[in-house]
Design a protein around this ligand. Structure first.
Ligand code: PLP
Length: 394
């Protein structure tokens, strides 16, 4: 006998992975240049030069200290730099003692949920959402409740959100810029959301935690700004990652920050330390704690992603596709020309176009296009997109 849930999660086929595997097979058969693989969100821009230089410098130093364990919460010098950076940029007052360095945003989310949920609690996620939320929530004994966005601009539907809150709601997860839509939640949405949450907290008499998943915070276009949620709501846990901002997703480094004014912040932070222990996170990679400390504030050249977004958005709109306007991240969310996005994605394969159907993201009827690819591939894929749309028009 094995536990039912881990077995089910392990056996479930992620449609992103499945499509990516299909893509690798097709590339072997046809040559990589003949497959338009938009399936995976793996950064395509190299890390800033300073990242590799810093690694090389660090390797010249004391190897025993470099590769040794650090404190579980991460080096205090790094936590101080992170707090200083957040406070300076967003005029907030994050404290280093409330920062916990994690193996990416994924670990930050898993730990935050494990630390705050009681069995049977509900966690509201705004759809469309990163499919792993469901696993993280269920593994912590909770149930995921989803709320659809306002169709059109994909901002918050305040009424639908307020209606989803119940006595059992313990946490809400938001992700901005969003995977898979690229939408940045504007301050009107955040005001609506945090206003409803404050009213709900008063009604039910316990804190409702707002977990902000922000691995794409630095990837924004046309001067878009990502508001810092600490300025809106005290009971916030911020989950950040350097995976995308520095193009180092395989190195597993990020952090979470518990709001300085959170109602029961000391207890929540203690519970986070306990949750991380229970999940076996001793500390995130020691080398990369030092790398991000020295390189904090440096990001990849975002203009490359913006060029890709502009090219794809204008090309697809011209070809007749309806797209959600993305202000950040590196995804485009495109309405399927037929109701069933899975069937559209299957049809796209005929043209060697690999587009992820949106069902697992909680908002059916769309496909996700990850444009962290070469500009050249986007240009070469355009005739295929046009031919695919022509099928629906004839
Ligand atoms: N959250 C979202 C919305 C993501 O898209 C991803 C990764 O793609 C993650 C979390 C996990 O990121 P990390 O590599 O920092 O664990």
């Amino acid at each position: 006998m094995l536990p039912e849930k881990p077995l089910a999660w392990g056996r479930a086929r992620s449609c992103i992975r499945e499509l990516a595997e299909y893509g690798w097979k097709r590339k072997e058969e046809l040559g990589a240049e003949n497959v338009f693989d938009f399936s995976l969100g793996n950064p395509s821009i190299p890390a800033p030069d300073s990242v590799n230089q810093t690694i090389a410098e660090l390797l010249q130093g004391d190897s025993v200290a470099l590769h040794g364990y650090t404190t579980a919460a991460g080096l205090m010098s790094l936590r101080q730099r992170i707090a200083g950076d957040l406070n300076e940029r967003f005029d907030v007052d994050v404290r280093p003692e409330r920062i916990y360095v994690t193996c990416g945003a994924a670990a930050g989310l898993a730990v935050s949920l494990r630390a705050t949920l009681l069995p049977g609690d509900e966690v509201v996620a705004l759809a469309p959402f990163f499919p792993e939320y469901r696993v993280f929530v269920e593994a912590s004994g909770g149930n995921l409740v989803t709320v659809q966005p306002r169709m059109g601009d994909f901002q918050l539907d305040v009424e639908a959100f307020a209606a989803a809150l119940t006595e059992k709601t313990r946490a809400v997860i938001i992700n901005s810029p969003n995977n898979p839509s690229g939408v940045v939640l504007n301050s009107e949405s955040l005001l609506g959301l945090t206003g409803a949450l404050r009213r709900h907290e008063e009604e039910v008499g316990h804190p409702v935690y707002l977990i902000c998943d922000e691995p794409y915070r630095e990837l924004v276009y046309d001067g878009a700004e990502v508001p810092c949620v600490f300025s809106y709501y005290d009971d916030t846990i911020l989950c950040y990652s350097f995976s995308k901002s520095m193009s180092i997703p395989g190195e597993r480094i990020g952090y979470l920050a518990v709001g300085s004014h959170m109602t029961d912040g000391d207890a929540v932070y203690a519970s986070i330390m306990g949750a991380a222990r229970s999940l076996g996170y001793v500390n995130p990679p020691s080398l990369f704690q030092r790398v991000v400390e020295r390189c904090l504030g440096q990001t990849v050249d975002v203009s490359k992603y913006q060029e890709n977004r502009d090219l794809l958005l204008s090309g697809l709109r011209e070809a007749g596709y309806e797209c959600v306007e993305p202000q950040g991240a590196f995804y485009l969310f495109v309405k399927s020309p037929e109701e069933d996005a899975k069937s559209f994605s299957e049809r796209a394969k005929k043209y060697e176009l690999l587009l992820v159907p949106s069902d697992d993201f909680g908002t059916p009827g769309y496909v996700r296009i990850a444009y962290c690819v070469s500009r050249d591939m986007i240009l070469r894929s355009m005739p295929a997109f046009r031919a695919l749309m022509a099928e629906y028009r004839s």
